[in-house]
Design a protein around this ligand. Structure first.
Ligand code: C2E
Ligand code: CA
Ligand code: CA
Length: 639
């Protein structure tokens, strides 16, 4: 019964209101058409029988029905907001019954003036209008119920009161048909509600799926940090251009890398770094000619420049980009200044990754030039790039231990004329035949993240081959820049030395000034950690380029190694002699030893000796050799 009752109630909610209104709009105009037709029919039949006042009711009904029909036209309903529709439906529920009563009252008023035929017509019209009204409100059961009651009750009672011979049959027929029609309405409404509910469910599911898909798409393509495109999205843009039809309109791909970003992160914190990346992203977007851009990761961005640009125009655009990045960035009262290197490549019909490799090669060159250089990938770069890629793959894939060998160069003490140490110099072979010097593979070791592994291998092998605990030699190994800032590296290498049965004091770690400059604070802390583990530390390549004397005082150093540029100049250049003399004196005052490397002639050695330098290294004393040869020479000298 409750279930039965529930289906008389119209459902609430915007979706239902709209559905009801739509359903009504498809039926109500037709219903009003029936009302208009019937009103005119009745008026026409009673034209000469009824008084004028009653006859004039029909035009009023016609006018009102016509205006209602127009109001409920589907095209008009579709334009009305849901709030208005709700009011319309409520009004219809409220007023529908009263309107029916008016129609019935009018018919009752006419009844006494009609002859039997006209009266039959009234019976017929009332019945037909009621059927039409109930059918018209099939999805508005409450209204249908009110209409049904408003027509049937007064009319049936009236029929019974007329004393018509078939009055009971007529009233019964009307009541029965009304009840059947209302039951049908009830069933129709129930089905309508079910259908509408499942339609709403489907719509909700569809909406949720669409929302999920768009959220997923956003997550997958938006860089959470800058709010712009991420790697995936910008590469997708690039791919699109590659597969596009017009070869002449392929865009320019620029790779952009911020110089000094790490410094911002370290000095001002990560919030400043994030701010810089977002600002840079915005600024890139505002450069004329940029058709798409996104962050590849870290502080590297990919930019697509307009395909209609020629070489000159794209260089102008790249310079504009560079200038935009150089503009100071304000952050929390601080002014941050950065610049960026740019590698450019005209996208050609290959894969996105080849385009990236080429632009990256140009970027690599630009970074070597420094100061926010812009480099265009040229034909001649292709050969170098292919070689670099091949070597990179070989280095990446090889078992480093099998492809590595060490040469040892003696360190000679002039006072005792004896070899006191060996410096290990690495050689790497891509194929086991050709051996490459560090200048060729160190950058690749760095790029492939294998410098730590290299250093560990070199240290372990040097100890195994030179056996300092037996020979009394001091062994020197070179550290890569990253080793100087690598977390826990002092412990790692101390462990290697202990496992080899050697003492860290017999190992000299050579670090270059450049490595120290990468991150001076962490480097200084790392040197202290090395020292605490018992290692000795040498500052390599001192005097090559710009050297800072202050770091001699601040860092825990055991030795400085004067660079071979100074060695070469010593015998000929009095200025070089003066500078070297000053460095030696300062080092002596600070308790730091001095050695000189790259000594090739006796004249250079004599000049160094005259300045008080006793530890020497260079072709004049011995070339780098494999362990067997280096140790044989050493053993002979000792003997
Ligand atoms: P470095 O530490 O300054 O090593 C000295 C370089 O000068 C060596 O070049 C050596 O062969 C060369 N050399 C020695 N005596 C003379 C000389 O009288 N005249 C001239 N012209 N050159 C001389 P190499 O072996 O090519 O090493 C180059 C650089 O590579 C080294 O410079 C060092 O910084 C780095 N390196 C070498 N081995 C390793 C290693 O195992 N790990 C790391 N991270 N770096 C290494
Ligand atoms: Ca060295
Ligand atoms: Ca050196």
């Amino acid at each position: 019964m409750r279930c039965f009752g529930r289906h008389w109630q119209q459902r609430r909610g915007d979706a239902f209101t709209e559905a009801y209104a739509q359903s009504v709009s498809h039926r109500a105009p037709l219903l009003y058409l029936v009302v208009i037709f019937n009103a005119l029919l009745v008026d026409w039949c009673f034209l000469h029988a009824a008084p004028l006042a009653l006859l004039l009711v029909a035009p009023v009904i016609v006018l009102m029905a016509a205006s209602r029909a127009r109001y409920w036209l589907p095209s008009r309903v579709a334009r009305r907001p849901v709030e208005q529709l709700r009011i319309d439906i409520q009004a219809m529920q409220r007023l529908g019954g009263w309107a029916a009563l008016v129609f019935v009252a009018w018919s009752l008023g006419l009844y006494p003036y009609g002859d039997p035929g006209q009266r039959e017509l009234l019976h017929f019209v009332i019945a037909v209008t009621m059927f039409a009204a109930i059918l018209g409100m099939a999805h508005a059961p409450q209204t249908a119920l009110r209409l049904g009651l408003a027509f049937t009750l007064p009319w049936s009672l009236f029929v019974l009161a007329t004393g018509h011979p078939d009055a009971v049959a007529m009233a019964l027929a009307q009541v029965f048909v009304t009840a059947v029609l209302l039951t049908m309405t009830h069933i129709q409404h129930r089905d309508f509600v079910r259908l509408e509910l499942s339609r709403q469910l489907l719509a909700r599911r569809e909406r949720q799926t669409a929302e999920l898909a768009s959220a997923h798409y956003r997550q997958a393509t938006v860089d959470h940090l800058t709010g712009g495109r991420n790697r995936r999205a910008i590469l997708a843009c690039l791919e699109e251009h590659l597969t596009g039809p017009d070869d002449a309109m392929r865009p320019w791909l620029a790779l952009f890398d911020l110089d000094g970003f790490k410094h911002v992160n370290d000095t001002y914190g990560h919030a400043a770094g994030d701010h810089v990346l977002s600002t840079v992203n915005l600024r890139i977007g505002s450069v004329p000619g940029v058709s798409a851009h996104g962050r590849l990761g870290g502080d590297e961005f990919a930019i697509l420049f307009d395909g209609s640009f020629d070489t000159e125009t794209v260089m102008v655009a790249a310079r504009a980009l560079s200038a935009a990045i150089r503009e100071p960035i304000a952050f929390n009262g601080a002014t941050l200044r950065l610049c960026g290197s740019i590698g450019l490549h005209r996208v050609k019909g290959t894969t996105a990754s080849t385009c990236l490799e080429r632009a990256d090669a140009a970027l690599y060159k630009a970074k070597e030039l420094g100061d926010g250089a812009i480099v265009l990938f040229g034909e001649e770069d292709e050969v170098a790039l292919q070689r670099r890629i091949t070597v990179m793959r070989q280095f990446n894939d090889c078992a480093l231990g099998e492809r590595l060998r060490l040469l040892y160069q003696p360190i000679y003490d002039c006072r005792t004329s004896r070899v006191v140490g060996m410096e290990a110099l690495a050689r790497w072979s891509p194929d086991g035949v050709e051996w490459q010097a560090p200048g060729e593979f160190l950058a690749i070791a760095d790029a492939t993240g294998r410098t730590g592994e290299l250093t560990r291998l070199v240290l372990a092998r040097t100890l195994a081959e030179c056996r300092p605990w037996e020979t009394g030699l001091e062994v020197s190994i070179n550290l890569a820049a990253r080793d100087v800032v690598r977390e826990g590296f002092a412990e790692t290498i101390a462990q290697i030395v202990i496992e080899a049965g050697a003492s860290p004091a017999s190992v000299m770690l050579e670090v270059t000034e450049r490595a120290l400059q990468l991150d001076p604070r962490r480097a200084a802390a790392q040197l202290i950690a090395f020292r605490e583990k018992g290692f000795r530390i040498a500052l390599d390549d001192f005097g090559a380029g710009w050297s800072s004397l202050s770091q001699l005082r601040d860092l825990p150093l055991d030795r400085i190694k004067l660079d071979r540029e100074l060695a070469a100049a010593l015998s000929t250049d009095p200025g070089a002699r003066a500078v070297t003399g000053m460095i030696v004196a300062l080092a002596w005052q600070l308790g730091i030893g001095c050695s000189i490397e790259g000594v090739e002639t006796e004249a250079q050695a004599a000049a160094a000796r005259a300045l008080g330098i006793h530890l020497m290294q260079g072709y004049h004393f011995g070339r780098p050799e494999l362990a067997a040869e280096a140790l044989r020479v050493y053993a002979q000298a000792v003997a």
